[in-house]
Design a protein around this ligand. Sequence first.
Ligand SMILES: NC(=O)c1ccc[n+]([C@@H]2O[C@H](COP(=O)([O-])OP(=O)(O)OC[C@H]3O[C@@H](n4cnc5c(N)ncnc54)[C@H](O)[C@@H]3O)[C@@H](O)[C@H]2O)c1
Length: 332
Amino acid sequence: MEHDKKQLSPVILVTGARGQIGTELVAALRNVYGREQVIATDLHDAMATPDLEGPYHQLNVLDKDELENLIATYGVTQIYHLAATLSAKGEEAPLKAWHLNMQSLLNILEAAKDHKLDKVFWPSSIAVFGPSTARKISPQNALLDPQTVYGISKEAGEQWCAYYREHYGVDVRSLRYPGLISYSAPAGGGTTDYAVAIFHEALQNGSYECYLNPDTALPMMYMDDAVRATLQLMNAPVEALKERGAYNIGALSFTPAQLAAELKNHLPDFTISYNTDKRQSIANSWPAGVEDAEARRDWNWRPEYDLVTMTADMLGHLTPVYKNNSNTAAVS
Ligand SMILES: NC(=O)c1ccc[n+]([C@@H]2O[C@H](COP(=O)([O-])OP(=O)(O)OC[C@H]3O[C@@H](n4cnc5c(N)ncnc54)[C@H](O)[C@@H]3O)[C@@H](O)[C@H]2O)c1
């Protein structure tokens, strides 16, 4: 009876809720389960988050006592653990990134075990792949040989999730997100951030200097698809999920030159230049696309956005923002 009640109205805690994914995932979860059912948390204090409608708490995920306190106070039944340091930022302070990414995950898994939570979501990444993966398209069961501390933390995280699932029965589910493209929040220090920044620069300045070579193809996904995939995986019957680690999910694969060409179809004067930095070597170690037959088979994954529809949707949302900004600047 109690279990049925939990299933009907989960109480969901989201960590890293102010980030690129959290901003949209919290809104989507509130849409499905109700505003008061989703507790958003992040490092920022509550005063700095007036736009988050619904419960919000400042939480450092490394603070296990405060995490436990929130779980008990709200009767949390599910956690979406998003707080992390991403690939490019992680290389600037590897041990700090390792500590945050690993210790926070262990805090969440321990809490899930001790509080008998119903489900946990934790995202992995295409950063688990490395040079031994087929450069073109990486299968679900590729050998994982990550080249960044971020990728190592995601590979180890996948193993820890499997460990808690097998030894303690924690229902923890995971996706290997590709580079995510969205308009609501800035990208958070990953190697694929250019695919978000290019839209803002194109609308603001008409040009963009890209830190990757024009022909660097990488797996990408529009945020709407990523959020839908996350909810779909979390709602799939547990018996259907056959993968021990995180699921590959594919959607788009394009190069900076291809994205620039698509942008030029909307903004004919847009120009792009190239000046590579350290992120190029990270991108070189990743595959251009992923094979996602297992996700399609087990929980019916299908992406909806391609390069053309993603670009049009991004511009549809961002163009009015920059138009309004320039109008405001003209008035003031
Ligand atoms: N965005 C992508 O393209 C992408 C791709 C693959 C995987 N992922 C994974 O998805 C998750 C979310 O990514 P994102 O892009 O939203 O990241 P982001 O950098 O935009 O957001 C991360 C959030 O975590 C918060 N945070 C950092 N340290 C914290 C701490 N100690 N306690 C609490 N909060 C803390 C930050 O304030 C930030 O709001 C991460 O696990 C990331 O590895 C993201």
